[in-house]
Write a protein that binds this ligand. Structure first.
Ligand code: MG
Length: 421
């Protein structure tokens, strides 16, 4: 589309900026940690933490995200290490996305600190897209207290590449006519989706810059990298192939599955296993403070046939009961009464954004369920996973004729749960 306008908005050193904001709120007399040599790092006491985010001056010492704190401290003797506060970060992230939703017709959260805004058609409302990006950037800083980079272009790929240019607190454009001048001179490693091993292989093929990649014969790339070769060639030429579909963070999911020692032949047993799986998956999602919006059920029959059905939820959730309810629905749709040897629940489209859209006809009390789920999680954390059992397990365990008793099922499941993606 010729007239598309996409922003990619990226919080500068998100964890460090957000912690800086928190410390300024708590102790306004202390220096802003963005202005000193500082990092956000894992557990200082445990000594094997890593750098999660760094200030601009820490970057000048060559400190890199992901490197051990010990090594970072060697590079900068005055380095100050601050612990992360993920609860606070999630709040900041939510505030960031909420503000974007106030101004953009369509917002796609890409990670905890990044989002795409489709600004197509807003010129009559906001004027020049680049001027408005600057206005928005200032507004975010004024209202939320942290800086962002905004990349402006016609598709997500180019907008994301643009937001990576000089940081912090900048707006950059990367329109198609600017690709050869702004993007092609960069090393291939800067291209989205080119990892360390792809970079190495490209070097052996004599390809060092994004421009060299863009102008090489794509069949050379497909012969070495198959489909991935075609993808990066298109990216190098500024062509967007809905790349969010293959992005890990945006597509992050949680799944668990159980291989059964005896085939399950009745729906009641299958549903209890689904409840147990939903509990595990739900707890993991909540531990990450995430929400998922797609649930799927996988079944493997005694003949090793695999079925999978999935459903998109009306709104993202992390509530066990909702995952369980959806899984049961799917199970009923797909099960053809053949004996089952494996049952799994997979969830996907994880976000860090809570987006309950209250449905008028929905009888579920979300807040109550949400509190109940957190309470269960903390009791299980303290006293072990057997401390609390769902009442239906207790009631139904006597009724199981073909199935196994709950205690046996639990014991088996512990040995056989293997899916932990
Ligand atoms: Mg960022």
């Amino acid at each position: 589309m010729a007239d598309s306008i996409i922003y990619h908005i990226d919080v500068n050193s998100a964890f460090l900026s957000w912690s800086a904001k928190k410390y300024l709120e708590e102790q306004p007399e202390k220096p802003d940690i963005r202005t000193i040599c500082a990092v956000i790092g894992g557990d200082k006491q445990k000594r094997h933490g890593i750098v999660l985010a760094k200030s601009t001056s820490a970057k000048k010492y060559g400190i890199k995200t992901g490197e051990p704190l010990v090594r970072a401290s060697e590079k900068c003797p005055n380095l100050q290490v601050f612990p992360p506060d993920f609860n606070y970060y999630v709040k900041q992230s939510n505030a960031f996305i909420t503000l974007l939703k106030e101004v953009a017709p369509s917002v796609e959260q890409y990670s905890i600190d990044e989002a795409f805004c489709d600004m197509t058609g807003t010129r009559s409302l906001y004027g020049d897209p680049v001027d408005f990006a600057n206005t928005l950037r200032e507004r975010i800083y004024k209202e939320l207290g942290f800086t962002v980079n905004i990349g402006v272009s016609v598709n997500k790929l180019l907008a994301k590449m643009a937001s990576e240019f000089e940081k912090p607190n900048r707006t950059h454009t990367l329109f198609p006519e600017e690709i050869s001048q702004k993007m092609w001179p960069l090393p291939v490693s800067e291209l989205f989706f080119v990892g360390r091993s792809t970079e190495k292989k490209l070097h052996t093929l004599g390809i060092h810059t994004i421009g060299e990649l863009a102008n090489c014969n794509p069949s050379l790339l497909t012969s070495h990298f198959r489909k991935h070769g075609e993808t990066i060639w298109n990216y190098a030429n500024g062509r967007d192939l809905d790349f969010s579909a293959s992005h890990d963070t945006a597509n992050k999911g949680y799944s668990n599955e159980t291989t059964l020692h005896t085939d399950v032949t009745d729906a009641a047993t299958a549903k209890m296993i689904l409840l147990s799986l939903a509990e595990m998956v739900g707890a993991r999602i909540r531990a990450d403070k995430a929400y998922i919006s797609v649930v799927s059920v996988n079944l493997v029959t005694c003949d090793f046939e695999r079925y999978s059905h999935q459903k998109s939820l009306y709104s993202a959730t992390n509530i066990t009961e909702e995952i369980y309810k959806t899984a049961c629905e799917l199970f009923e749709q797909m099960w053809k009464h053949e004996p089952i040897r494996l049952i799994g629940i997979a969830t996907s489209k994880a976000t860090y954004e809570q987006s309950y859209q209250y449905d008028m006809f929905q009888s579920t009390n979300y807040e109550k369920l949400s509190k109940l789920n957190s309470a269960l999680d903390s009791i299980r954390d303290k006293y072990g996973s057997d401390a609390i059992r769902r009442a239906c397990f207790l009631e139904d365990s006597n009724k199981l004729s073909k199935g196994m008793s709950l205690a046996k099922f639990d014991a088996k499941q512990k040995r056989t749960v293997d899916g932990n993606s």
